[in-house]
Design a protein around this ligand. Structure first.
Ligand SMILES: Nc1ncnc2c1ncn2[C@@H]1O[C@H](COP(=O)(O)OP(=O)(O)O)[C@@H](O)[C@H]1O
Ligand SMILES: [Mg+2]
Length: 365
């Protein structure tokens, strides 16, 4: 999927195309210039191979097509968040090249990609190998934390986020990451793998089983789709679905509580991690940053933030937990935000790379 938005500024990047990339566990997004417009390409991070029925050659299919046509074989190559080993890195590289080629991302480019702030050197190194081994990034490739990249479009039309002191909470598939930022510098990063979008999906599977008195067993992908299509803190509406019975015939059922029960617990647990895990640690290591950051809105990033009303629910519950008024903001398009922010950083770096301070100042206009 790609779409285009107009850009009005004159490029100050010396002809190098600035590209932003987010290779995510669930979805991959690239933001890149195409002539006068900025394009966004988005795909499920999955890949399936099949044999060409005429030539016998192996062919690669990726994204939604792979997921729907080969549900039995489609592999989510970053299921755990990062490529764990060489095999996963190879597979992710094949996916990424197919994705980049299909989207037409410029090869002579400056690439910034968003990375998780977790302690997994091997995985991060493998991810770097994937991005640096790909067709793009002919000029250079750099990595920045996803919770910073995602905060960029949440805080303004430029790189305001890099001049501020704030707390950012990244709500993704495989981790909850919390960090303070002081003018782009990461302070007291904190992460947990227990409060995650994937865990919400797993709970939805269990709750649906309960809610339907064990008549319905959905898979994890269906649970994710229920969450993405129906979770809503503002006006949730119960919905129907149908399953085929093993003995033939079909069974229709209604989901009243399962989805909201899981996302409601998720927000409570995320607030708990921020209030009682991250913030005390930040206060004890850097009291001043703690004080200054909490006077600013807390920035929520990551795909889970796309749930309508989640930002307000989080804001209310965090204020209660801290017994003080805190506000929260989020980017308009949480799934794309990290790649959008990464692309803006790439623009700035490309300008500096191309022409020193003058070009960098021009890119600011
Ligand atoms: N519209 C949506 N509503 C609810 N959840 C969403 C939506 N879009 C994405 N998500 C969830 O966000 C999570 C992915 O977060 P994201 O930050 O994009 O990726 P990653 O974890 O790979 O860094 C997944 O659990 C996904 O189901
Ligand atoms: Mg993430």
């Amino acid at each position: 999927m790609t779409d285009e938005t107009d850009t009005d500024d004159v490029r100050a990047d010396g002809g190098v195309a600035p590209v932003g990339v987010k290779l995510g566990s669930t979805r991959t997004v690239a933001v890149f210039p195409n002539g006068e417009v900025t394009e966004v390409a988005e795909s499920l991070t999955c890949l399936a191979t099949y044999e060409d029925s005429l030539t016998g050659e192996e062919r690669v299919l990726f994204g939604e097509e792979a997921a729907t046509e080969y549900p039995d074989r489609a592999e989510y190559t970053l299921r755990s968040g990062l490529p764990e080993d060489d095999d996963r890195a190879d597979l992710t590289g094949r996916f990424f090249d197919a994705f980049l080629g299909d989207a037409g991302v410029p090869t002579d480019s400056a690439v910034v990609y968003a990375i998780p702030s977790i302690d997994n050197e091997r995985g991060l190194e493998n991810l770097r190998t994937v991005v640096e081994g790909s067709s793009v990034g002919g000029r250079f490739t750099r990595a920045y934390p996803e919770s910073l990249c995602g905060a960029v479009p949440a805080m303004g039309d430029g790189l305001e986020a890099v001049d501020e002191i704030f707390v950012s909470v990244n709500m993704g598939s495989t981790n909850l990451e919390v960090s303070a930022y002081r003018r782009g510098e990461q302070v007291a990063p904190y992460a947990t793998g227990t409060v995650t979008g994937n865990e919400v999906d797993r709970r939805i599977v269990g709750y649906v089983e309960e809610e339907t008195q064990r008549r319905v067993a959905i898979d994890i992908t269906t649970a994710r789709e229920y969450k993405e299509d129906h979770a809503d803190f503002v006006d949730y509406e119960a919905f129907d679905d149908v399953v085929q019975q093993p003995g033939g015939g079909s069974h229709q059922f209604t989901i009243e509580d399962s989805v909201m029960r899981a996302v409601d617990e998720y927000v409570d647990e995320a607030v708990e991690e921020v209030a009682n895990g991250f913030l005390p640690k930040l206060a004890s290591t850097n009291m001043k940053v703690y004080q200054l950051a909490l006077e600013q809105p807390v920035v929520l990033t990551g795909g889970m933030v796309a749930i309508p009303g989640l930002v307000e629910a989080f804001e209310r519950r965090l204020s209660e937990a801290l017994d003080r008024e805190v506000t929260a903001v989020a980017p308009d398009e949480p799934v794309r935000a990290a790649a959008v922010g990464a692309q803006r950083i790439a623009e700035r770096l490309a300008a500096v790379h191309a022409g020193g301070a003058d070009a960098a100042a021009a890119a600011d206009d």
